[in-house]
Design a protein. Structure first.
Length: 118
């Protein structure tokens, strides 16, 4: 079972930046993504990146966040710029579980807390 471990969260003032990292215990062949969940809210997709490097972003973070991955290091990143209080949440790393080219399940990390104050 692949383990995902996030880091890089913290308490930051609005307008500042944070960089989240997610290290996988093994190579993830499929796509990866960041989600977030604030108290009382459903889990929300933030950004994703395919194995080929194609990216997509939620409208709420487009132009401010940048997702990337370093396959050699089995690491996923999320560069978050111009943070807003509405970005406060637990950020979770996700990886597609793939077998013979087909997605068969999900890998999830435990999350890292991001709190943005004004």
């Amino acid at each position: 079972q692949v383990q995902l471990e996030e880091s890089g969260g913290g308490l930051v003032q609005a307008g500042r930046s944070l960089r989240l990292s997610c290290v996988a215990s093994e190579r993830i062949a499929g796509g990866m993504a960041w989600y977030r969940q604030a108290p009382g809210n459903p889990r929300e997709w933030v950004a994703s990146i395919t194995s080929g490097g194609a990216t997509a972003y939620a409208d709420s973070v487009k132009g401010r966040f940048d997702i990337s991955r370093d396959s050699a290091k089995n690491t996923l990143y999320l560069q978050m710029n111009n943070l807003e209080p509405a970005d406060s949440a637990v950020y979770l790393c996700h990886g597609d579980r793939v077998r013979l080219g087909r997605r068969i399940g999900d890998y999830w990390g435990q999350g890292t807390q991001v709190t943005v104050f004004s």
